[in-house]
Design a protein around this ligand. Structure first.
Ligand SMILES: Nc1ccc(Br)nc1
Length: 450
């Protein structure tokens, strides 16, 4: 008797005579829902952005760090109704542990600092891929790369000025000016003083801020239940939002007095005036930001045309380490996503063309069986630090030049033929069309002098 598995195999093929005819199930060619592939042109764009994120950070003496994309779910179980914790890409792993793809980087940074206790102050940056899982299939992305820049251990607004300076340097490096983008600045301390004035208890402050931030996106009716649960009346919300429209710190100080939060904002503006970047900034009492853990100054970069969502956002979060059981540690930072900035660069016509790559040489053998010779010439050029492609199959000259153009080769080196018999190669400049003959033995030296 055939074993049951063989019988199964035969039965599964009963529909036709031989297994080879059974078509495999069609493969889904798309990446998982809400995620992106990065074929070379898109990866060149990503590398362009990351290189400038990195140079703006390094120019200010920041050090790069990284951590696993997978984190324990408990790192994000803040009960403040934030989108970022309500849309966790979380699951139970095979050891039945509750884990999640990180939705943001700051809690991981806090975990690392608590665990390794680096000497403070630290100035660290990272460009992590962060994830969310939205139940409603709104077709929104489920992953993005978010440049994070943080200063830990500095109590004064000098830390806010430093990270804003990093952001401004990045914008300048991609050709964005203060007429394209502004940075709205506010302080949770001001909002806190207003909430106190309305009799809202301190322990409801973080959740209330998250709700007020949501008010910008949904009508107050949609949040009525949440507001009532916090004991906040619609009248209180109305009187709060009437004050939050102020864009003049003096007007706000008439309401909340010359409190430490107002002094901090004033100091930030005067330092940025001295630094020469104040025309990027504007005070805006309505800026809240949606993360519950901000405790002081908050800021967000926006496009002045008003067509795009916030480009970046950040603020002071002095209580985060304590909330994890650590020592009180001042901290300031921002997150800068990789999506809105690309839309902005497209709108401003500031996006370079990444369709083609760049390679200095394409080496081609016109003789049959000459590929190894072409590879040897290529290695001579690589020894001098050149980027060199080699045509790896027997191809006609016309194909080789078309291929060279496709890969963005600056020059084509033709090996073999009459020149080959004289120990020479022909080099064609793809831009000018100029041709020259070079001795194979001297090609490295020649390449150093072009
Ligand atoms: N937090 C978060 C993660 C992923 C995306 Br896309 N947006 C926000």
């Amino acid at each position: 008797r055939k074993s049951s598995s063989v019988q199964k195999l035969n039965s599964s093929n009963s529909s036709n005579s031989s297994p080879s005819k059974k078509k495999p199930p069609s493969l889904n060619l798309q990446p998982p829902k809400g995620t992106r592939d990065f074929p070379p042109p898109l990866l060149r764009l990503r590398t362009y952005l990351f290189t400038l994120f990195r140079s703006a950070s390094l120019s200010h003496g920041f050090s790069e760090y990284d951590s696993p994309v997978l984190e324990s779910e408990e790192l994000y179980t803040r009960k403040a109704g934030e989108e970022v914790t309500e849309q966790l890409y979380c699951f139970s792993d095979k050891g039945d542990r509750r884990v999640t793809l990180r939705p943001e980087m700051t809690p991981s940074l806090a975990r690392i600092i608590m665990g390794t206790k680096p000497a403070l102050p630290i100035k660290w940056f990272s460009i992590p891929q962060c994830w969310r899982y939205e139940r409603m299939t709104r077709g929104r992305r489920r992953e993005h790369y978010q440049w994070n820049v943080d200063v830990w251990g500095v109590q004064g607004v000098e830390a806010e000025v430093e990270v804003i300076s990093v952001m401004v340097r990045f914008f300048t490096s991609v050709g964005i000016t203060q007429s394209d983008v502004g940075i709205k600045v506010n302080s949770r301390g001001i909002i806190g003083a207003l909430l106190e004035g309305l009799g809202i208890p301190e322990d409801k402050f973080a959740e209330t801020c998250v709700l007020i931030d949501k008010l910008e996106k949904v009508p107050v009716e949609a949040l009525k239940a949440d507001l009532e649960e916090l004991g906040i009346t619609e009248e209180q919300i109305t009187s709060l939002t009437d004050v939050l429209v102020h864009k003049d710190i003096e007007k706000i100080s008439e309401v909340v007095g010359d409190c430490p939060a107002v002094q901090d904002v004033r100091k930030l503006f005067s330092m940025c005036t001295e630094l020469g970047i104040v025309d990027w900034l504007e005070f805006d009492a309505s800026v809240i930001r949606g993360l519950s853990y901000y405790t002081g100054i908050v800021f967000e970069a926006f496009d002045r045309s008003g067509t795009l969502r916030a480009i970046a956002g950040g603020g002071r979060y002095d209580k985060l380490l304590e909330s994890f059981g650590g020592d009180p540690t001042p901290a300031v930072g921002f997150g800068f996503g990789d999506a809105v900035i690309v839309e902005l660069l497209k709108d401003k016509n500031l996006l370079p063309d990444f369709e083609k790559g760049e390679v200095e040489f394409c080496v081609y053998s016109m003789d049959e069986g000459g590929t190894a010779k072409a590879m040897k010439v290529a290695n001579e050029l690589r020894e001098k630090g050149c980027s060199v492609d080699v045509v790896l199959e027997e191809k006609k000259m016309k194909w080789a030049f078309k291929h060279a153009d496709r890969i963005g080769a600056k020059r084509v080196v033709i090996v073999g033929g009459d020149e080959g018999s004289r120990g020479e190669v022909r080099v064609k400049n793809m831009e000018s069309g100029e041709q020259e003959t070079v001795k194979v033995a001297e090609i490295g030296e020649w390449a150093e002098n072009i």
